[in-house]
Design a binder for this molecule. Structure first.
Ligand SMILES: *Cc1c(COP(=O)(O)O)cnc(C)c1O
Length: 456
């Protein structure tokens, strides 16, 4: 196979922190063995998240210079609106400070207390806003999504039977809308097929249900359709993006992912009456309807970034880079979640450290050990992220994972090799990694601020 290089060249560079093992040992101890508490300046390769960590292009930086910072009627809003209409096909847009701002608005507009919202797996902020508006969330993703080893080309698909069963149970009139995420973050960046989107639309039409999208990684989803779904190999990702969105009534967007910006988000829709309500709310919570909590320059950067993100060459490298890292690990026998998704590689820490029981936090211990080994920062997605139940017991998720999340356009394939070497070296010496015990546990969202010490 011919090798593929990054489809961009580097114009500005940011030096990486080069540290010694002794410095990293001291830093992780000071951070209570929690990678969230590490200073970024000590993280040589920072794979904590792909959110807001993208590198912007020269065109985006140029567009920021012409940002119109007028309080009202700024031309930067028109530029964003034109980009959303041309690339996504929605005539109306309401900017927000980031994705959760848009989730807040749409939840308030469409949900009445007591209603139900089905979705293809939950996302933290999305579900929180639905529940705060008085709705009950229902997971209607296919069963394969909950199994780390299940092979399915579109593991993010909605289970149509589960969706119809919910309609039969609660009544279509009590379903505020269905929220379809493209791709599914919490399932590991797994895509949804065009056929599945069409099937959901058919059910929505039959029952008169609003079909909304959490479109956060919609360009990455389009790439998987082009690659895997029959009939789409010759269609551009830009056309697939437009086609997949053509079935939806509207979307919430976190610009921090597939709009290639460091901050920003929006709500887009076809129905002007929803826009009117969004504009009434946005002035209270975000800002004027033409800037929604963002600067004019942020709107300009987002308008350019959302066009760049649907480029076939960019996407082939983006998804290819994540896969390159995952396949190096697979070849060395490191257990990971399969198939490899769009934005991250997930290491199966339960299999990696079988000698560390779940209540000794194997994924947290592995993330800490990886930092000490290499300066690579990753994140725990396991028992600590899952928190405690109402009785105060640990929730015990089936998946105990370490997430290596790849920022967009930031690192080269060579960096991926360095990350793989470090993980593989740790796998070779895995028996020396011990579990952790709690030193400080906060009452909520404990993964952000928990502190630990090593056992033994
Ligand atoms: C990041 C994210 C959001 C929330 O967006 P923010 O910009 O972080 O507020 C919503 N849904 C999914 C799937 C996400 O990954």
């Amino acid at each position: 196979m011919r090798r593929m290089a990054e489809p961009y060249r580097i114009k500005t560079v940011e030096p990486l922190a080069m540290t010694t093992r002794e410095e990293r040992e001291a830093a992780i101890a000071k951070a209570g063995y929690n990678t969230f508490l590490l200073p970024s300046k000590l993280c040589t390769i920072d794979l904590l998240t792909d959110s807001g960590t993208s590198a912007m292009s020269d065109r985006q930086w140029s567009a920021m210079m012409i940002g119109d910072e007028a309080y009202a009627g700024a031309v930067s809003f028109d530029n964003l609106q034109r980009a959303v209409e041309e690339v996504y096909g929605f005539p109306f847009v309401c900017p927000t400070h980031q994705g959760r701002g848009a989730e807040h608005l749409i939840s308030r507009i469409l949900i009445k207390p007591g209603m139900h919202v089905p979705g293809n797996m939950y996302f933290t902020t999305t579900r929180a806003h639905q529940e705060m508006a008085g709705a009950t969330f229902h997971d209607v993703i296919i069963d394969e999504a909950h199994d780390a080893q299940a092979e399915h080309p579109f593991k993010g698909n909605v289970d149509i039977a589960k969706f119809e069963a919910l309609i039969a149970e609660v009544g279509a009139e009590n379903i505020a809308y269905i929220n379809v995420a493209l791709t599914v973050n919490m399932a590991g960046g797994q895509p949804v097929s065009m056929a599945n989107i069409e099937a959901v639309r058919e059910v929505c039409d039959r029952h008169n249900i609003i079909m909304w999208s959490d479109a956060t990684r919609l360009a990455e989803n389009a790439y998987f359709i082009q690659e895997r779904e029959s009939g789409y190999a010759d269609m551009s990702c830009a056309d697939i993006v437009k086609k997949q969105l053509s079935y939806f009534d509207g979307l919430t967007m976190s610009g921090k992912k597939d709009c290639l910006v460091n901050i920003g988000g929006f709500l887009a829709m076809r129905d002007e009456s929803i826009l009117v309500k969004a504009r009434e709310l946005v002035v209270i919570y975000e800002g004027m309807p033409t800037y929604g909590g963002l600067a004019g320059r942020d709107l300009e950067a987002m308008a350019v970034g959302l066009r760049e993100a649907v480029d076939d060459h960019y996407l082939a490298h983006r998804i290819g880079q994540v896969r390159y890292l995952g396949e190096m690990l697979q070849e060395a026998g490191v257990p990971i979640v399969e198939p490899i998704g769009g934005h991250a590689v997930f290491i199966d820490a339960a299999k990696f450290l079988p000698h560390v029981p779940q209540e000794q936090f194997p994924a947290q211990a592995l993330a800490a050990a990886l930092f000490v080994e290499s300066g690579v920062r990753s994140m725990e997605r396991g028992i600590i992220s899952a928190g405690r139940d109402a009785e105060g017991n640990h929730r015990r998720p089936k998946l105990e994972l370490v997430r290596l999340t790849i920022p967009r356009r930031v690192y080269t394939d060579r960096h991926m090799e360095v990350v793989a070497d470090a993980v593989i070296e740790l796998y070779r010496t895995r028996e020396s990694i011990t579990g952790l015990r709690y030193v400080y546990e906060p009452p909520t969202l404990r993964f952000f601020t928990s502190r630990f010490e090593p056992l033994g």
